[in-house]
Design a protein around this ligand. Structure first.
Ligand code: GDP
Length: 328
């Protein structure tokens, strides 16, 4: 690639069509992408003679953007623009990525890269938690080998949800850490900040669960800044793209909200491996009468169904497994 002595490295905090805001040495650099990278990343195996024509077509589809929020990049600053503009010449290897399928499942959309922690956010009530959606987020994080902290907001409303403690027990037993918080009372906020310290975290959750209030409780004003980004995105009426942004937190951490992610399909998860992505099921895989070919559905001698009946796997988690399995 065209790297040279003046090249610098930074992290992509924000992007708009064709432009990437790279955070480097405390400054924001407005970068374009070298067209060579764009072609190489989208069509690594394409016939070089056909590249030009096909890349022009695909440029219209911005969810195949080869750069994700969180990417660490090398860039060449443009000397003639007060050093605040530049060109990205290389994407450094991703340490982790959270992806979903896009464009009729034909492409991988990297939602965020170099993430340390996934924070699925659900309210204890108003709205009533949809645990099936949590299971989907968890499988997605497991398939990316990313640690998770389940965040339950609006704890002051716990009295409105009688089954909440027993519902959460299934996740505790599966080994997932859970942080209970209330933006209204301040409960759990300091503990959450400590967990976020020195990490890049990505928030996933539906609107209304209290993410804006939570972010404001973590850092005053942050929720409103995040909301401005998400409202801007809705204003454009786009459905397939996401306008995510990474925010630096004052106490030495970064957070990415995912407002544009309305659907969360599973990328690169096969039906055969799905049970491995439910930690409490993985130890039973291979122990069924039909071994690894068991779908854990109606087959006789299924070790996973036996574990459900013995109370070792929650029926609700098993149901989520079957629902996701049908999708794959
Ligand atoms: P977002 O759409 O996920 O960003 O959610 P918001 O932060 O805008 O909150 C949605 C609604 O839930 C608002 O009416 C908030 O006042 C309310 N809310 C947020 N956090 C709490 C909380 O800790 N306790 C209670 N009782 N309500 C909350």
């Amino acid at each position: 690639m065209y790297t040279n002595d003046q090249d610098d490295t930074g992290v992509v905090f924000r992007k708009t069509t064709g432009h990437y805001i790279v955070h480097a040495n405390g400054r924001d650099i407005d970068c374009v992408l070298s067209s060579l990278i764009h072609k190489q990343l989208i069509y690594p195996t394409a016939d070089p003679t056909s590249l030009r024509h096909r890349v022009q077509d695909v440029r219209e589809i911005d969810h195949v953007d080869p750069i994700a929020i969180g990417d660490r990049v090398r860039f060449t600053p443009f000397a003639d623009a007060g050093q605040n503009r530049g060109m990205i010449t290389e994407i450094l290897p991703r340490l982790s990525k959270l992806s979903r399928p896009a464009y009729a499942r034909a492409f991988e959309q990297v939602i965020a890269s170099n993430v340390d922690l996934v924070l699925p956010v659900f309210a204890v009530a108003e709205p009533t938690p949809k645990w099936g959606l949590l299971d989907r987020y968890l499988v997605s994080a497991e398939s990316s080998k990313l640690p998770v902290l389940i965040v339950i907001t609006k704890l002051d409303l716990a009295w409105k949800n009688k089954s909440f403690a027993s519902d959460l027990e299934a996740y505790r037993r599966a080994g997932y850490p859970i942080q209970l918080v209330s933006a209204n009372t301040g409960m759990g906020i300091e503990d959450l900040k400590q967990t976020l310290q020195s990490k890049t975290s990505v928030l996933v959750g539906k609107s209304g669960v209290g993410k804006t209030s939570l972010l404001n409780a973590i850092q005053p004003g942050l929720g409103l800044r995040v909301k401005a980004v998400s409202n801007g995105e809705q204003g454009k009426g786009r459905h397939t793209t996401t306008h995510l942004e990474m925010f630096a937190l004052d106490f030495g951490a970064a957070i990415i909200d995912t407002p544009g992610i309305r659907e969360f399909g599973l990328w690169e998860v096969s039906g055969e491996e799905l049970a491995y992505l439910f930690p409490e099921m993985s130890k039973f895989v291979g122990k069924c009468k039909f071994g690894l070919s068991c779908h854990h559905d109606t087959e006789p001698g299924c070790a996973i169904r036996q574990a459900v009946m013995a109370g070792e796997i929650s029926p609700h988690r098993y149901k989520s497994y079957m629902n996701l399995r049908r999708e794959l």
